[in-house]
Design a protein around this ligand. Sequence first.
Ligand code: 4AD
Length: 433
Amino acid sequence: MLVRELPEHLGRAVTVCGWVQTLRLQRRMQFVLVRDHSGTVQLAHRRGGQQDLLEQELERLTPESAVRVTGRVVADDAVRLGGLELVPEAVEVLGRAEPRLPIDAHTGPEQRLDWRFLDVRRRPQAQLLFAVQTTFEAGLRAFAQAEGCTEMHTPKLMGSASESGAEVFELGYFGRSAYLAQSPQFYKQMAIAAGIDRVFEVGPVFRAEPSYTARHATEFTGVDVELAWTAGVEDVMDFEERMLTHALALVAERHGAEIREHFGVEVTVPQLPFPRLAMAEAQQLLRAEGWDPEGAKADLDPEGERRLAALVQQRTGHEFVFVTHYPAAIRPFYHARSAQQPGLTLSFDLLWKGLEITTGAQREHRHEVLLRQAAEKGLSPEPMRHYLDAFRFGCPPHGGFGLGLARVLMVLLGLESIREAVFLFRGPNRLTP
Ligand code: 4AD
């Protein structure tokens, strides 16, 4: 039985499984606070003398031991927890914790990551994160399926680097090199060429970037979508904003109150459509506000993204903004170019409260144009021959996007670092536990 169900069982004997949170062993009474993921309940045992086995068992308990307790639910106005406590009749230690815990309330962030399982176990809000993630993913998947997407699982081991070849982990593979996929990009496009009109994938993404920021990991979960027969990048943005709105509505409905309580954040369902702003307009807007750092000609740095999002929110009340029409020079070769302004791509980033959560684009699906764009970037066609082959035999126009799951959770729950938004973080300095 869960702790939160106890009020329905007042006066009856119940069994609860959980962890010992605190022990107060007094002269006449022994109090033990037991926690499961739904709440905490106090055990109150009156000492009975030398022969009391239960008393001895309680005396030997250690914090964080896993226990099974059978006892009677009684009302006690002095107890805060809904006025209920358990009078234990039997306590069984299922997993004894060593007496000294490696972390406490004052432990620093790195050591907490070393002991992540204990840290998560002891903090209900850390567990809530994974419940929210499950609901959010379920919302994305349900939407994708209702819209005709097929869920694919593409290889993460590759014979040559995906995309640009930079930031890729290389590993030994039976006497030659293999690479960990930096994105399912090439394979989801291949699925489009395979006649799977709408592709959805949730899977690991590996980036060998030496980035030590609060928003970068070397391994993260990516949510990818690729849609065939798109008339342009607008179709891709329309799909993404509807998909996010659907998933956020589900999160608000299922977890809104808990998120407010534990994270102090209000989950709101965004209005459609999300604002869209071409990169050039975004730069103009920022310059008009007096922000024009050296080197910010083509792209926005994280500070620029934050400022832009704040400006858009001021003007439209919207937390999301699609920034579109990035210069070809800073986008991958497979992004389609604008027919009117060939220096610009039909691509976008989606910012949420100033953090980039998505990159997407209409793709270049014409083989000869794709080859030309790759050559312009100095990329040799040979290592990506199999990818390029997918464009030689009738590839439909298509577009899609990649969404960083942990980035979404960071913004959704107001977390300062991606380290807190995943179960076990991977960064340049962290490969354990
Ligand atoms: O912007 P990225 O690199 O785009 C791609 O991988 C494209 N193939 C996607 C596409 O369909 N065009 O990555 C997509 C998203 C980013 O917007 C960000 O949310 C997240 O993945 N992301 C990271 N998350 C955590 N740590 C990192 N190092 C990340 N790099 C990107």
